[in-house]
Design a protein. Sequence first.
Length: 408
Amino acid sequence: MSRLLLAPATWASLFLLALSGLAGCSPSTPPQAAAPEAPQVGVMTVQPRRVAIRTALPGRTAPTMIAEVRPQVTGIIQSRNFTEGSEVKAGATLYQLDPATYQAAYESARAAIAKSEASLRSARLKAERTKELLAINFVSQQAYDEAEATLRQSEADLAAAKAAAEAARINLAYTKVTAPISGRIGKSAVTAGALVTANQQTALATIQQLNPIYVDVTQSSADVLRLRRALGSGELKKPAESAARVALLFEDGSSYAQEGTLQFSDVTVDPTTGAITLRVLFPNPQGMLLPGMYVRAVVEEGVREAAIVVPQQAVTRDTKGDAIAMIVGADGKVEPRRLQVERTLGADWLVNGGLQPGERVIVEGLQRARPGAVVQAVERAPGAPGASAPAAPAPPAADSKAGKAPKS
């Protein structure tokens, strides 16, 4: 066989041609992965605003007036003239005692008055005649003095008879046991036929005035001192007289329809509890508030003109229990901030330190905010519902692979 002989230059050209063919058959270089998009978070720009500082204080209801009905004379009860649990008016007859003996005593006292009046008339006439006889020296001075003394004694006897008659009349009137105040009367402790005695210890019934009604609440002396310091420094301002109202919450959390007014604050601190009693007056036309009920009174302590508040969902707690909020800086990075919170105001925290006006606090999407991470801040209006939170970024398609774009 004959061998094909090629020049060295020809071999070099063929080698380069083979390399170029192999390069053309190799797969294309994969594109670089796109940078992940910064997550969206909802933020609220801190702005001072005017807020009313209110405190819910525990307390119990108490009647404005209470009277225990007791007899003032001894006797047998003839009748009971009221329905237990009903409303009674002041002066209404509640019980009727047997008046026979007291009626007889009153009639006897009136007869004593008539006898004293007759004696007085006779003594007066005798004194007048003795005076005329003394003028002509027909009687002695001693006889005149005795006649005058008899007249003065008769006048005193008449006055005593009238006083005894008045006492008998009062005792007769006491056989009708009347209501000293208007209000709701409780159960009766006695029935008709029972013997009662004057000024006995056991009350026949109890009347309580429930409209209006008191609510006695307690507040710690430390809170009272704090409030006075805040008012003295100007941090808090006293509410206007027209706005100095108190709301009421029942034990189940529901609200009472009527508002009350603060009457006074006690000047004595209870040494066992360290608390001060406040008394609030509430109208109770429907009788929903009963004595002894446990309630909470929402008292307006004052108004803070430039308060900083943040929603409660924007504040978390660290392992030490400190309040932490996430702030979005001007460069879009997340920064944790330790706050000084005082109390809750509805769904917000009242912040005393750690935030400045104009800073942006993350209120939605905290699970996507990591310290130092860059986020897209979306402003949320104060009080916006959580349903308006931005949706989380959609996950990649199921058939996508790392380093490659998903199929179209």
